[in-house]
Design a protein around this ligand. Structure first.
Ligand SMILES: C[S@@+](CC[C@H](N)C(=O)[O-])C[C@H]1O[C@@H](n2cnc3c(N)ncnc32)[C@H](O)[C@@H]1O
Length: 468
């Protein structure tokens, strides 16, 4: 209750709970240890006297009594954390005693956290969430106190931040940085120069460049996405896009996944569209669709003055009007499951554009048949860590990358210029943990990947070696 409501309440029904006081040490003087707000209300209502409960406690026990008396009050996150800190010092376990960590606190039996949780009337899980938030993103505590964000939402943001941080700092892997043998071509270098690939060699590019000012992928301050001006970022991305134009075959297809950024004033910057405009200014790309990638599990919004961001863009570009695209295949998949598709639901283990662990097919991701919205959860970082022993802050979501791959995977019919799958060359110039290349490889394609971060290229090469 806020203090005005409390005053109003006391005016209507009187004081229901007496104040609790302890002697201050001076004659006829007391400290209120429970009911300071009630006291304020009483004073503002003109009371000069009230009943109190006088208790006598040792000085060291005072914090414990304050916390216990205020157990049922609705407390702010910062207050709770203060109470937790006090109690952690107040109690000690026999193990701590053995280690000599004890001052004049109170010995308890069993789990200290359980005892504290009982004392302050807050679940153990909530206590550990609050402590994590204080450690990782203390600025969120104020937002929780002001009811702008819940403890659970703040905790999710912290977990995400932790994982992103780990992906940069802890992934020191051994292994080769580059590998170019057979169907696998991985290079640890900037994709602004893909001179390893001859002109027109690539049949499809499916890529997700670094978004402007959203994440860091390395300790390099000059990293793409960190540019001071958005114009510089656009120009740097487009240097790679120029290379993409060069390596893409005439009948090739390209998908570029991009998300937008808010500027300091809180305005969206339209970065994705500005990138694609610049791409088309520099090279004669044809923009066939602007797809929406709808996240089914968007990050909770910490801001209450606008809606949560739940989608990103995928630009579908080609070099000419005739190109390889699988409209028919997907249609026939609904009419006659699996006949035209070489890889279909449940039949194939491992990676395939139609499958997500054998349970889903493309139609499960496309909002309805062949419209320009793809729905999928954002990728599960823990899964990616299990697969590559490596975290990536924003690996391509499985539903998105497989839907896009399915749209370009060729049918190996006698009329097709591509006679065997290994003649199909797939490229990802900002490869990360290479989800899309691994998918392509597992159905027989030749793959080309670039990343400036050697942790990613090493982990990806290892994963390809495992699959070979
Ligand atoms: C948005 S992530 C792409 C994630 C990827 N699609 C996946 O599924 O893991 C962008 C990646 O581009 C890499 N990168 C940044 N600048 C680069 C550059 N100039 N050339 C190649 N890769 C770059 C980053 O290290 C990061 O892994």
């Amino acid at each position: 209750m806020d203090i005005d409501d409390l005053t109003d309440n006391i005016k209507k029904v009187g004081l229901l709970e007496t104040l609790v006081v302890i002697p201050s040490g001076k004659r006829k003087s007391y400290y209120v240890i429970s009911g300071n707000r009630r006291l304020k209300s009483l004073i503002s209502l003109g009371y000069t006297k009230t009943d109190v409960k006088l208790i006598d406690v040792e000085k060291k026990d005072i914090p414990l009594f304050i916390i216990s008396y205020n157990r049922t009050r609705l407390k702010k996150a910062t207050t709770l954390l203060r109470e937790i800190d006090i109690l952690e010092k107040f109690y000690y376990t026999s193990k701590e005693k053995k280690n000599g960590l004890v001052t004049n606190a109170e010995l308890i039996k069993g789990d200290k956290r359980k005892v504290i949780s009982k004392r302050i009337g807050v679940a153990e899980g909530q206590i550990s969430k609050l402590k994590t938030i204080r450690k990782i993103k203390p600025e969120l505590l104020e937002k929780i106190d002001n009811d702008e964000i819940s403890v659970s939402q703040a905790f999710i943001l912290c977990e995400r931040h932790k994982q992103e941080d780990e992906s940069i700092t802890k992934n020191h892997i051994r292994g080769r940085k580059n590998s170019s043998t057979g169907r696998v071509n991985i290079f640890c270098k900037s994709s602004t120069d893909m001179s390893e690939i001859p002109d027109g060699k690539i049949n499809a590019i499916i890529t997700s460049p670094v978004f402007y000012k959203l994440r860091t992928y390395s300790k390099n301050k000059k990293e793409l996405g960190n540019e001071k001006n958005v114009e510089d970022y656009i120009s740097n991305v487009c240097d790679t896009m120029d290379e993409c134009f060069r390596v893409l075959s005439k009948s090739g297809v390209m998908f570029v996944h991009l998300g937008d950024t808010y500027d300091d004033k809180g305005s969206l910057m339209n970065v994705p569209h500005r990138v694609v405009m610049e791409m088309m200014e520099r090279k004669p790309f044809i923009l066939r669709n602007t797809l929406i990638f709808k996240k089914t599990n968007p990050i909770p919004n910490a801001v209450e003055t606008r809606l949560s961001t739940s989608y990103e863009f995928v630009f579908f570009l080609t070099k000419s009007k005739t190109y390889n695209f699988n409209h028919i295949r997907i249609k026939s998949k609904t009419e006659n499951k699996g006949t035209s598709a070489p890889y279909h639901r449940g039949k194939q283990g491992g990676y395939s554009p139609y499958l997500s662990d054998g349970k889903k097919n493309l139609q499960d991701y496309l909002d309805s048949e062949m419209i320009d919205i793809i729905s999928s959860p954002v990728s599960n970082q823990i899964k990616s860590k299990k697969q590559f022993n490596l975290l990536h802050p924003c690996a391509f979501p499985q539903g998105l990358r497989r839907s896009l791959l399915a749209l370009v995977t060729p049918n190996l019919t006698p009329n097709n210029t591509i006679k065997k799958m290994s003649d199909f060359h797939l490229c990802e110039p900002y490869m990360g943990v290479a989800g899309v290349l691994l998918d392509g490889y597992s159905i027989g394609m030749s793959v080309w990947g670039y990343d400036t971060n050697s942790n990613y290229t090493k982990a990806v090469i290892k994963e390809f070696d495992r699959l070979k």
